[in-house]
Design a binder for this molecule. Sequence first.
Ligand code: HEC
Ligand code: HEC
Ligand code: HEC
Ligand code: HEC
Ligand code: HEC
Ligand code: HEC
Length: 277
Amino acid sequence: MNRRFTRILITLTAFVTGLLICGGVWAQGDVNKDTDYRKLKPPGSYGTVIMNSYSKESSAVNPVVFPHWAHRGKYTCKACHTDLGFKLKANTTGVTQADIEGGKYCAACHNGTVSFGANECNRCHSYGIQVKENSKIEDSLKGLPTDHFGNKVNWVSAANDKKITPGAAPGGKNDLTSLDLDIIIPVTKFTPHPPDVKFPHKPHTEQLDCATCHPSIFKQQKGGNTDMSMMKIISGQYCGTCHTKVAFPLDDCFRCHSQPPPKIEEPKADEKAAEKK
Ligand code: HEC
Ligand code: HEC
Ligand code: HEC
Ligand code: HEC
Ligand code: HEC
Ligand code: HEC
């Protein structure tokens, strides 16, 4: 029984390691159509939202392309998602061009002073066209600490190293309170289990309001989210609200499953003898 358990665990560890190595190889450019295990999004389209709730019906303009990576260096998540009222799900905010012309939403900054103005239609309505004024991710994020997944930037290190200093929106307040509280989420719903998960409040509360997560995404109680599972996370709930779309993607298993792995038990002496027979 124990040996079977050990074997399954080794297989699982090998599988997960395999996935990670694939990621590493991909990062070196060696994964192609024949060898990749599945397509990873190119870094420039990870976290890029296509806003087309109105524009798809109007032939006058292309849908809007909003790149998170072009904004994360200057602004916290809270600046846009709490202070300016953008929702955490694509095409649910209901921005109209009248809002833009009235200085709301994007135009809190895209007013010709903080950044380009609302008259430069194509820079936002850029779906399906090349806009030469808009930058490429590799030029824009040059020099930031790298990572294998998502935008291929380690946003936490970038902020810790002061390479970026995300702050408030114009007129907003930078009043986030960083909470240094790690929560270990034990992985109990699956045997053999992968390493337990460590949820660090610190990098999250430097970017996000408590109310973004509590209570709408997580009950504010250790072990209180009994319904959480990896499947739900993959389908975009719980951690997956952000870690499938904008924050580093789920491919990076061990960045969450970061606790020391469960010990693989040595076969006992009598089992070893039995194996020899
Ligand atoms: C400059 C403004 C801005 C900043 C900063 C920002 N966002 Fe967003 N975010 C948006 C907009 C705009 C949308 C699209 C909303 C819509 O379509 O209704 C969006 C959508 C999202 C979505 C949903 C994406 C989808 O495909 O459904 C998530 C998740 C998200 N943001 C997370 C974050 C996180 C996490 C941060 C901080 C690291 C962040 N955002 C920072 C403006 C911003
Ligand atoms: C809180 C301020 C702020 C808000 C809100 C904001 N932006 Fe920006 N945006 C900026 C700034 C500043 C830059 C310039 C970034 C730079 O030069 O590093 C920028 C750059 C851009 C770029 C150019 C990126 C590139 O490739 O060079 C696009 C496109 C863009 N924003 C679209 C949008 C859209 C669409 C919205 C609303 C859905 C929006 N922005 C909301 C501040 C904002
Ligand atoms: C700073 C970014 C930005 C700029 C610049 C911009 N728009 Fe928009 N516009 C948006 C966003 C965001 C939406 C909402 C998209 C959606 O959800 O479909 C929108 C929606 C629209 C819509 C459809 C909704 C409605 O209210 O009718 C039209 C038409 C439109 N824009 C025209 C224009 C024109 C014309 C210009 C140039 C004069 C322009 N936009 C410049 C961001 C921008
Ligand atoms: C990114 C989402 C997120 C944000 C933002 C966030 N939390 Fe949490 N919080 C969690 C998760 C996940 C747990 C653990 C829930 C579980 O174990 O099921 C938690 C648990 C807690 C707990 C329970 C600790 C215990 O021992 O029972 C407290 C208290 C808490 N958070 C306070 C805060 C405060 C205060 C803020 C703002 C400064 C905040 N959280 C911001 C996700 C978040
Ligand atoms: C509301 C959005 C949101 C939710 C929900 C969320 N995260 Fe995050 N998380 C972020 C952002 C933003 C970062 C910064 C790094 C990045 O963007 O890649 C981050 C970073 C992290 C880091 C990296 C810390 C480091 O030091 O490198 C870990 C680990 C992490 N999250 C685990 C979790 C876990 C586990 C959950 C669910 C229990 C969760 N997160 C839920 C937005 C979120
Ligand atoms: C953003 C953080 C995060 C990432 C990245 C992540 N997981 Fe998880 N995973 C969790 C959390 C949180 C749980 C615990 C759910 C619970 O039981 O409460 C979990 C649970 C699990 C479980 C136990 C089954 C279950 O549904 O609870 C397995 C197996 C698992 N993860 C595998 C993986 C693999 C393989 C990867 C990489 C492909 C991965 N995880 C990436 C957060 C993450």
